[in-house]
Structures are given as structure tokens and as C-alpha cells.
Design a protein around this ligand. Structure first.
Ligand code: SF4
Length: 381
């Protein structure tokens, strides 16, 4: 079995196939670049793609006429400081256990991260899933367990199923501090931003597994841009770029699904049904670096209010601006590259992040920091 699995992965990392795809991409560029003054800018929406692009050195292997714009697809990276402060306000209640994913614990708030608060005595525990958080509630009936929920539609079903389980079991000491965000309105807000100049998208593979591909039809229809849902292996990404270029060449942008071994056009009916039952859209949600975006996040539906931590605890709900030196917003919109941020590498590093894009390994700045410098000039295939 392990050998079969490895063979499957190897097929998506075949150097000869990568060389062939790179040659085909290069051959298409002269006609596409005629009359253009700037590189083709392709946004990879998903942080997982950003990580793969750097891990496999694709940034260096592709011709300079193709430039990646690292989108908003790392949910940890776009959490605003105010939400960390809100979570810390809940954690300050003496009978509360906060259950959080590890990455979220390092995101800076205005004064502290969750990790720093834990060092000072707050009961904040790392979990791997919302189900782990519910188990904590079962084991600690005299404590209030609050799950710090975050992520796009990829992680929403897990939270939804856990809330449904908590309701079915009538667990009274469990709630969710909900920071789940939605991808479609966010992409729309980015496309409507006046300083945005994109030529196409690598669409998010994991989110699309849940919400399908049809929801992205507005991108080619209204903005005339190619959108190719992509897998995460190097050949997936190269093939998806090739598909974007083919669409640009034909001047017929549409939604394509390169990741069809995982993604269905209608998404997952079971997951969508749980999301629809448990969540409702928020009118407004603030994103770090992008400001407030209409309908870009969810909260618990009225039937599940008793599992909503924002209803059970008092939270300050204050909007806090990022430090002036942070240019996370400009990086998120692709206006500047991470290395062009004034504080990149000094003082902002993965060990001591000033902005959120340095926190998670899927953040654009952390990827540049960890892989970018080492890859300069490298040609691996
Ligand atoms: S280097 Fe730090 S402050 Fe600058 S954009 Fe990246 S994460 Fe934000």
C-alpha cells in the first residue's frame, strides 16, 4: 500500500513531464506578451498553493513573464488583531478553556498572541480538530470550552458537524468563537480593488472540494479572467498555468477544473448541507490587510446561538489597525512582493512575526522567507 501511494505522488512530481510543461508554457509566451509591458500576473488564491510554489521552486523555474500574486487564501494570515484580542477577552474568564489550532496561537494581537497569553497563565490548549475541542468539553464539565474556529469553507463543515453533535448530545459547556470566512465574496472584493491587475487565477483546490466550481462562474463572466481550480502537486500547478495561458490565448475565459480527481463541479452536498444548517452569512467581517468585506464570513444560525461564544461571553469587538510599518494588505493584493515590505526579515520574521503573513507556513511572507532566498537562481528540474 505505501508503495502505491508513493507512486501516485511521484507521478505528480515527474521531472520529465515538468520539463515538457515548462517548454510548452515558454513556447506560448511570445504571442501572449506581444504589446505587453508587464509580466502576466496569476493569483494563487490558496495558501497551500503558495507553499507548494516555494517548496518546489516553481517561482524560479517558470519564465519571468509569469509572476505569481499570492492571494488571501491563508485563513490564519488574514485574521485581524481585533479578533485575537476578542479571543483573549474570552480567555480571561477564569473558568474558560480556549481550544485552538496551533497556527492561530501565534498570530499577534494588539498586545499578545494566544501563545503569549498561555505563558502568562490563560488556559489555552492546542487541538487538531473541532471534535477534539468537543471532547475537551465532555471531559471538563465544570469548565466552559470555547473552540477558536477559523478557516474557509474547507474547515467549516468540521465545525458545523461538531456543533450539530454538541446540540444532539445537549452539551452545555461548549461554544464556538466563529471566524470562518468565505472565499467567493473575498475574491470579488479583490477583483473590485482599484489597484488590482490580474490576468488569471489558480483556484483553490480544497475550498472547491466543498463548494464546487460553478460558484466561480462570475469571474470569467463579469471580469473576463481565466479561473483554473488547481491541485497542489508541482505538475498540478504547472498544468493549471498552462490551462490559464491557453484560455488567455483563445480569449475565451472560463472556469476549468484541473483538480478533477478530487473536486466535483457541485462540491460536497453533505458538507454544504451541514454548513447551510449551522451558519448564516455575516453582513460584514474585517480582514487583516484588506479591511471590511461584505458577506465574507459566517456566524452561527439563530437556532445555535447557545453555542456562539460571542453571545455567551462579553467581547470588546474593537477594530485595531495593523502597525504602520506592516504592508500585509499590499502583499495580499499583489501590489508589492513580500521582500519589498519595509520590515521583511528585520524585524518581521517567522520566529517573531510583526504581520500575519509571517505566521503560518502558508503565508506569502513566511514562504518567501523560508524558501525564497534559498531558491534564488536555483534550477532543479
Ligand atoms: S514582512 Fe511582515 S509586516 Fe511585511 S507584509 Fe510580510 S508579514 Fe506583513
Amino acid at each position: 500500500m505505501p508503495n502505491d501511494a508513493m507512486k501516485y505522488v511521484d507521478e505528480f512530481r515527474d521531472p520529465q513531464l515538468a520539463k515538457r510543461l515548462l517548454a510548452e508554457i515558454s513556447a506560448m509566451l511570445p504571442s501572449l506578451m506581444t504589446g505587453r509591458q508587464r509580466p502576466l500576473q496569476i493569483m494563487e488564491v490558496c495558501g497551500g498553493h503558495t507553499h507548494s510554489i516555494f517548496r518546489f521552486g516553481l517561482n524560479d523555474l517558470l519564465p519571468p513573464e509569469i509572476e505569481f500574486v499570492h492571494g488571501p487564501g491563508c485563513p490564519v494570515c488574514v485574521l485581524p488583531m481585533g479578533r485575537i484580542d476578542d479571543c483573549l477577552a474570552i480567555a480571561n474568564n477564569s473558568n474558560v478553556i480556549i481550544a485552538s489550532f496551533g497556527d492561530a496561537m501565534r498570530v499577534p494581537g494588539s498586545a499578545q498572541s494566544l501563545l503569549q497569553a498561555r505563558a502568562l497563565g490563560a488556559d489555552i490548549r492546542m487541538v487538531y480538530s473541532p471534535a477534539d475541542a468537543l471532547e475537551l468539553a465532555r471531559k471538563n464539565p465544570h469548565k466552559e470550552v470555547v473552540f477558536f474556529a477559523l478557516g474557509f469553507e474547507t474547515t467549516m463543515p468540521g465545525t458545523a458537524f461538531t456543533v450539530l453533535n454538541a446540540a444532539r448530545e445537549k452539551i452545555a459547556n461548549f461554544s464556538v468563537f466563529c471566524n470562518h470566512i468565505t472565499i467567493v465574496s473575498t475574491i470579488k472584493a479583490i477583483l473590485d480593488s482599484p489597484d488590482m491587475r490580474l490576468d488569471g487565477f489558480l483556484g483553490p483546490g480544497h475550498v472547491s472540494m466543498i463548494i464546487g466550481t460553478k460558484v466561480f462562474d462570475f469571474i470569467p463572466q463579469d471580469y473576463r479572467l481565466p479561473f483554473v481550480v488547481a491541485g497542489f502537486e508541482p505538475l498540478d500547478i504547472l498544468q493549471s498555468i498552462y490551462m490559464v495561458l491557453l484560455q488567455l490565448q483563445s480569449k475565451q475565459p472560463h472556469v476549468e477544473n484541473q483538480y478533477s480527481r478530487v473536486v466535483q463541479s457541485g462540491g460536497s452536498a453533505q458538507a454544504l448541507s451541514a454548513i447551510g444548517e449551522v451558519f448564516r452569512l455575516r453582513d460584514m467581517f474585517e480582514w487583516r490587510g484588506l479591511g471590511s468585506i461584505n458577506h465574507s464570513a459566517v456566524m452561527l444560525a439563530p437556532e445555535f446561538t447557545k453555542f456562539d461564544a460571542e453571545q455567551r461571553f462579553s467581547v470588546p469587538n474593537i477594530s485595531i489597525a495593523d502597525p504602520k510599518s506592516c504592508q500585509c494588505g499590499e502583499v495580499l493584493k499583489g501590489v508589492i512582493k513580500p521582500m519589498e515590505c519595509k520590515v521583511f526579515g528585520n524585524p518581521c520574521t517567522p520566529e517573531s512575526p510583526l504581520g500575519a503573513l509571517m505566521v503560518s507556513s502558508e503565508g506569502a511572507c513566511a514562504a518567501y522567507y523560508n524558501y525564497g532566498k534559498q531558491r534564488m537562481g536555483a534550477k532543479r528540474v
